[in-house]
Design a protein around this ligand. Structure first.
Ligand SMILES: *[C@@H]1O[C@H](CO)[C@@H](O)[C@H](O)[C@H]1NC(C)=O
Ligand SMILES: *[C@@H]1O[C@H](CO)[C@@H](O)[C@H](O)[C@H]1NC(C)=O
Ligand SMILES: *[C@@H]1O[C@H](CO)[C@@H](O)[C@H](O)[C@H]1NC(C)=O
Ligand SMILES: *[C@@H]1O[C@H](CO)[C@@H](O)[C@H](O)[C@H]1NC(C)=O
Ligand SMILES: *[C@@H]1O[C@H](CO)[C@@H](O)[C@H](O)[C@H]1NC(C)=O
Ligand SMILES: *[C@@H]1O[C@H](CO)[C@@H](O)[C@H](O)[C@H]1NC(C)=O
Length: 501
């Protein structure tokens, strides 16, 4: 009897020990690339997260544009399943279908499991605007809410402070997010676990550094990889449109954008140091997972484009991803392919809960650091366009309702077009590193790159591979574009070896 009692008592105390849930702090930057050196200014992120955790060197977004990517981050769903296809309300960005999905985010799951939850900064681009219901709404799952109304800005913004719109003209948004975070951490205790998402505007356009950081990188210039400002004629229509290459007059502007982005990130880097210190001071650091990532990458000058995202190249789809926390190895690199739809199931799983099978992504296996496991995933993008977007000073004769942002400031190069709509397969394994993209344009244009041999994506091999290989990619793409749920989205087809004729 006594042994029985002792035994159950011991079991109970073990269960209790296991039930001490970890905390989460996610830092989600806006448009921060990893390919062009976007992490270089992040010395504190390296010191406090990278050196203490795992850096994923093959992390990708499933759509290189803010609102669709953020919807994927929150729900663990591919774009074709959450239906936030672009940054407009009409494209599902904080639109009607989102209202249901918003109850299914990882925040809603953790909140339902007893977590304190906190959000500060940019959410979905259309959050809080009048047509989307205004800033009085607090999205489900967030108990402490400081969502930014609209898209990223650095000054002159409205935050919804738990449903109360608060306008600020001259405060610097990243610093406000830091202050709100520090205040929140001070009030947290070990007795209740918490989840925080900090979503600063940097380094998004207009690339505005805090005054204390202006000029810090005044000598830095945009990196010139072999694909910088090359006139490329084997890529899809938007890339091949003139001017190609860009005129020399654009180069100082590209350099300015590059260094301003770095400078704007310094306030984020300071915020990370302050947040880590506050967690430490309050004895919360050891039981907290810290995740640092970005919604999508960025290009500056590649293939004679100006500066933006929205393209299927590595600059735009590859993102930083660093995670530290209890049980995670310190100071290691991990080359497993990870996608943004994995983050929701990863957080749910680290919280000791079961990720829903309806999520398309899968929880990261932190013990898998040895073999680069085969992974085939999807990148989808729906080209944006707007009426009257071709500036008359740009002497193009295009049907301008199918184009976006063709301005003299951009050397009249358009930043997007309706037919810049594509689905890509990204396939990564030990000896395979492939990309296959098909565009929904008049030509069903195909781009294909062997990144193992051609990391700068200079040679489109679509016309060189065996038809059977191309066929496999095409079928897999069609399959993935229709996939739903983890099992389905993770097992598209049997995989042949890539043979280039
Ligand atoms: C602040 O934003 C409002 C609304 O977007 C705009 O009308 C105003 O000119 C802006 N003020 C400054 C100082 O940027
Ligand atoms: C911290 O808790 C105190 C006491 O409950 C409360 O008055 C204060 O507003 C809280 N601060 C923050 C930043 O949540
Ligand atoms: C920039 O480079 C010039 C010339 O090399 C140097 O004199 C100057 O100190 C540098 N400025 C900064 C801010 O590093
Ligand atoms: C992989 O992880 C194991 C334990 O999780 C560790 O012992 C080993 O050193 C790691 N290997 C590498 C290459 O990081
Ligand atoms: C966003 O998507 C919707 C639905 O497909 C479309 O009607 C709208 O034109 C798109 N917005 C832009 C700016 O392209
Ligand atoms: C893409 O759209 C533009 C604007 O409508 C058009 O001029 C161009 O011919 C299209 N290209 C292809 C390949 O569909």
């Amino acid at each position: 009897m006594l042994t029985y009692f002792l035994f159950t008592f011991m079991l109970a105390s073990v269960a209790c020990e296991n039930e001490k849930k970890p905390n989460f702090v996610v830092i989600l930057t806006d448009d921060q690339d990893v390919v062009l050196g976007g992490m270089n200014p992040m010395k504190n992120v390296q010191r406090f997260i990278g050196d203490k955790g795992v850096t994923f060197t093959n992390a990708y977004t499933t759509s290189p544009i803010c609102c669709p990517s953020r919807a994927s981050f929150l729900t663990g769903l591919y774009v074709h399943n959450h239906l936030t296809v672009n940054n407009s309300l009409s494209g599902g960005c904080y639109g009607r279908s989102w209202k249901y999905l918003e109850t299914q985010t990882f925040a809603a799951t953790l909140s339902g499991a007893g977590y304190n939850t906190f959000y500060a900064g940019k959410y979905l681009n259309e959050y809080g605007v009048k047509a989307a219901g205004g800033p009085e709404q607090v999205p489900p799952g967030w108990k402490e809410w400081h969502g930014l109304v609209g898209n990223s800005v650095y000054y002159n913004f409205t935050l919804s402070n738990n449903g109360v719109p608060t306008y600020s003209a001259d405060l610097y948004l990243t610093d406000i997010i830091r202050d709100l975070s520090l205040g929140y951490i001070e009030n947290q205790t070990e007795s209740q676990p918490f989840l925080m998402v900090l979503a600063p505007p940097a380094p998004h356009q207009p690339f505005e550094p805090a005054p204390r950081h202006k000029g810090v990188f005044s000598n830095v210039t945009a990196v010139r990889h072999p694909n910088f400002n090359v006139a490329d004629n084997d890529k899809h229509w938007l890339i091949s449109m003139p001017p190609s290459p860009l005129p020399d007059e654009m180069m100082p502007e590209l350099d300015r954008v590059y260094r301003s982005r770095w400078e704007s990130l310094l306030a984020v880097d300071e915020m990370v140091a302050d947040v880590v210190e506050a967690l430490d001071t309050n004895s919360l650091l050891d039981n907290t997972y810290i995740i640092f990532t970005s919604d999508n990458g960025y290009h500056i000058g590649q293939f004679s484009q100006v500066y933006d995202k929205r393209q299927p190249y590595e600059t735009d789809i590859k993102v930083p991803l660093i995670i530290k926390g209890p049980g995670i190895q310190e100071n290691v690199k991990n080359d497993q392919p990870i996608v943004n739809i994995d983050l929701a199931p990863t957080i749910i799983s680290l919280a000791g809960l079961k990720p829903p099978k309806t999520m398309d992504g899968k929880a990261i296996d932190f013990n898998n650091n040895i073999t680069k496991e085969e992974r085939t995933f999807l990148v989808e993008y729906y080209g944006e366009a707007r009426d009257g977007t071709v500036d008359p000073k740009c002497l193009w004769n295009y049907d301008d309702e199918n184009l976006a942002q063709c301005y003299p400031d951009y050397a009249c190069k358009c930043q997007d077009s309706r037919n810049n709509t594509y689905g890509c397969i990204r396939r990564i394994a030990k000896r395979i590193n492939m990309k296959y993209c098909m565009f929904a344009d008049d030509e069903n244009f195909i781009e294909m790159y062997d990144l193992a041999k051609d990391p700068y994506e200079l040679n489109n091999i679509a016309n060189d591979v065996l038809p059977s290989i191309k066929h496999w990619y095409q079928l897999t793409l069609a399959r993935l574009l229709a996939c739903r749920g983890n099992v389905n989205c993770d097992n598209p087809f049997e995989t042949p070896n890539v043979i280039i004729s």
